[in-house]
Design a protein around this ligand. Structure first.
Ligand code: NAD
Length: 335
């Protein structure tokens, strides 16, 4: 099988590249990434010299490049490429529309034109909006995004759906909850808090800290996408979640406890505009229909993740001392 993955130098895409190269040594992976501030070829260093992984530096918005790649006998496109940071979308929505909407459409069009067999759109539970204290998002939950980021992802999903309904492109959409694990850019909640705690900097928490997110280990996300690729049904949406709902403040406390740092490092700051209160995923469809079995309990996954950041300061130090400063944007994006 030949796969075109996009955004594969980012957090989830690079983990997926590692996962696939290891599990399917006979597959060919083309990995297209624009290397925005969030893309990092260091995430792919272990794949250097690997004959079945080829990195291409470029944008999904480059029509000619995308067509050239898709024409190389690609069987499936898996679209991870996105602007992914909610606070950046509040400050600068344009680039989110550019990549997450227009870029997705260009990819879909190239896949349709060159008769690619399968297209997987990697999306988010944030397209469903926010939940009250009870209930879970199912695949039938109406789309009601609240931020420019989630709106742009929802628009990408709707285009993907339209390419299935209108042109018969074999599209599947996955909507996952918050991922955590190695190689996550340190603007996101878990790596940001781990790195701040290691450095004895304040751990800045939005509002009352009681916003709830469901946490999914990135490796479990990869195994779910693997199943969708091989066993999924075209035209379907699959929710992927870890059944690990936690308040933000409890995540912060767990990190401090693991690192044996004092709770006095916690500093509450003004809440994000339009901050969604709770996300929760019902993943029973992918579990029952495709046989997905997440491997990680949150308690194990978070401990391993903390250890990874402790042991890999050579990965994050250049990021936080370079173009991205810890307090530059928002101190604690969960999404
Ligand atoms: P990330 O920000 O770490 O990585 C995104 C990657 O996309 C980067 O490598 C970046 O360089 C690349 N990119 C951006 N614009 C591009 C363009 N125009 N052309 C090619 N590459 C481009 O994001 P992530 O956390 O790895 O998320 C991957 C996907 O999963 C996204 O689509 C995101 O919406 C979705 N998602 C992420 C989470 C999460 O918790 N991280 C949760 C739900 C959904």
């Amino acid at each position: 099988m030949k796969l075109l993955i996009t955004g594969g130098a980012g957090f989830i895409g690079s983990n997926f590249a590692h996962y696939m190269v290891k599990k399917y040594p006979d597959y060919q992976l083309i990995n297209l990434d624009a290397l925005t501030y969030a893309g990092n070829t260091d995430n792919l260093a272990e794949l250097n010299g690997c004959p079945n992984h080829r990195f291409v530096h470029g944008s999904i918005c480059d029509k000619q490049l995308v067509e050239n790649l898709v024409q190389q006998g690609v069987d499936a496109v898996i679209n991870f490429a996105a602007e992914s940071h909610v606070d950046r979308s509040i400050a600068h929505p344009e680039v989110f529309v550019q990549t997450n909407v227009l870029g997705t459409q260009l990819l879909l069009e190239a896949a349709r034109k060159h008769k690619v067999r399968t297209f997987i759109q990697i999306s988010t539970d944030e397209v469903y909006g926010s939940l009250g204290p009870a209930g879970l998002f199912t695949e039938q939950t109406p789309i009601a995004p609240n931020s420019p980021y989630s709106s742009s992802k929802a628009a990408g999903d709707l285009l993907a759906r339209a390419y299935f309904e209108t042109y018969g492109l074999q599209v599947m959409i996955t909507r996952c909850s918050n991922n955590y694990g190695p190689y996550q850019f340190p603007e996101k909640l878990i790596p940001h808090m781990i790195i701040s705690a290691i450095a004895d900097r304040p751990l800045t928490v939005y509002g009352d800290g009681l916003n709830v997110r469901d946490w999914l280990h990135v490796e479990d996300h990869c195994s779910a996408i693997d199943l969708v690729l091989h066993k999924g049904t075209a035209g379907e949406v699959y929710n992927i979640g870890g059944s690990n709902e936690r308040t933000n403040i409890s995540i912060v406390s767990t990190i401090l406890e693991e690192l044996q740092k004092p709770e006095t490092l916690i500093k509450y700051v003004a809440d994000r505009l339009g901050h969604d209160r709770r996300y929760g995923i019902d993943a029973s469809k992918i579990i029952n229909e495709l046989g997905w079995k997440p491997k990680y309990r949150f308690e194990t996954g978070i401990r391993e993740t903390i250890r990874w950041y402790l042991q890999n300061d050579q990965w994050w130090n250049p990021i936080i001392s370079g173009q991205f400063k810890l307090n530059e944007v928002n101190p604690n994006d969960t999404d």
